[in-house]
Design a protein around this ligand. Structure first.
Ligand code: CTP
Ligand SMILES: C[C@](O)(CO)[C@H](O)COP(=O)(O)O
Length: 247
C-alpha cells in the first residue's frame, strides 16, 4: 500500500477557487482577479490567505483556458511563499460559462481525491475572516454544510417589475451569503449529481445543496468580506489587506 506523505496526513480539505469570470461590472478589459492590489494580483492575495487554513490539502482553480498558465504561476508563487509546497497540491482546470459550471468542473477534479471536506471561495474575495472559516469548517463537519454570511444591515424591500415595493421581509431573518462555503464532500457531490442536466442557475454553492434538500447553516462573517465587483472595491481591499498584515 502507498505510504501517505506525513505532511498531508492530517489534512482533509480541498478548496475550489472559481476564477473564470470576465469582470463585466468592473470593466476595463483585464479580468479583475488579475488586477494589482498593493503590487500583487488580486488572485494572489486570495490564494495566500486561503493557504492559511490548516486542513487544506488541495487547491483547484477553474480558470479561462487562455489565462490558465498565468493562474498556475500565481498559485505556485503563493504556495512557495507560504512554505507549503510539500503539503498542498494545486490544479488549474477549465472554467465554465457560469460560476456554477466552473465550480462543477472544480468538483470533478476533486472527486477522486482522498478528502472529506470541500470549500468553495470566490477568487475575488481576499478579505475573509479566517476564524469564521474555521468555525464553518467545524460546523460543516458535523452538520454537512455551512456558509459564511452576514445579517442584513439595512431594511430590505421586495420590489416588482414597476419598482413598487411588494413587501418588507423581517430583517432579522435576512442574511447575505458570502464565501467560503463549506460542505462535506459526499454531500456536495450528491447535490450536484441530483441536479443532473436540470436547467437551474445557482448564484452560490449553498443553493445547489438547498435544492437537493439538505440543510445549510450560516456562520457569522464580517461585512469587510466584500466580493470585489466595482472599481472602488479595489481600494477598500488594498487598505484592508495592509491593515491586516497581508502586504
Ligand atoms: N463563469 C464564471 C463566472 C464567475 N466565476 C468566478 O466567480 C467569482 C464571483 O463572480 P463575479 O464576482 O460575478 O465575477 P465575474 O463573473 O468576473 O464578474 P461580472 O459578473 O461582473 O462579470 C469570481 O471569482 C469569478 O471569477 C467563474 O469562475 N466562472
Ligand atoms: C457566491 C457569491 O459570492 C455569494 O455572495 C455570489 O452569489 C456570487 O455572485 P455573482 O453573481 O457571481 O457576483
Amino acid at each position: 500500500m502507498a505510504k501517505m506523505n506525513p505532511e498531508k496526513s492530517n489534512k482533509d480539505a480541498g478548496v475550489i477557487i472559481p476564477s473564470a469570470g470576465t469582470g463585466v461590472r468592473m470593466g476595463g478589459g483585464t479580468p479583475k482577479q488579475f488586477l494589482e492590489i498593493n503590487g500583487m494580483p488580486l488572485l494572489a492575495h486570495t490564494i495566500r490567505r486561503i493557504l492559511k487554513i490548516s486542513c487544506l490539502r488541495k487547491v483547484v482553480i477553474p480558470s479561462s483556458p487562455d489565462l490558465s498558465e498565468r493562474t498556475r504561476d500565481i498559485a505556485h508563487e503563493g504556495l512557495e511563499s507560504s512554505g507549503l509546497s510539500g503539503s498542498v497540491d494545486i490544479a488549474v482546470v477549465a472554467g465554465g460559462d457560469e460560476r456554477m459550471d466552473s465550480v462543477r468542473n472544480g468538483l470533478h477534479a476533486l472527486k477522486d481525491d482522498d478528502i472529506t471536506m470541500i470549500l468553495v471561495h470566490d477568487a475575488v474575495r481576499p478579505c475573509f475572516p479566517l476564524d469564521a472559516v474555521e468555525q464553518a469548517i467545524d460546523e460543516a463537519r458535523t452538520s454537512g454544510a455551512a456558509i459564511i454570511a452576514v445579517p442584513a444591515r439595512d431594511t430590505v424591500k421586495m420590489v416588482d417589475g414597476n419598482n413598487v415595493i411588494t413587501s418588507t421581509p423581517d430583517r432579522e431573518r435576512v442574511w447575505l451569503a458570502q464565501t467560503p462555503q463549506v460542505f462535506r464532500k459526499e454531500l456536495f457531490v450528491r447535490a450536484y449529481d441530483k441536479l443532473g442536466d436540470k436547467a437551474y442557475l445557482a448564484t452560490d454553492d449553498a443553493s445547489v445543496v438547498e435544492q437537493a434538500g439538505y440543510p445549510v447553516r450560516v456562520v457569522h462573517g464580517t461585512h469587510d468580506n466584500i466580493k470585489v465587483t466595482y472599481r472602488p472595491d479595489l481600494q477598500f481591499a488594498g487598505i484592508w489587506l495592509k491593515a491586516n498584515g497581508e502586504a
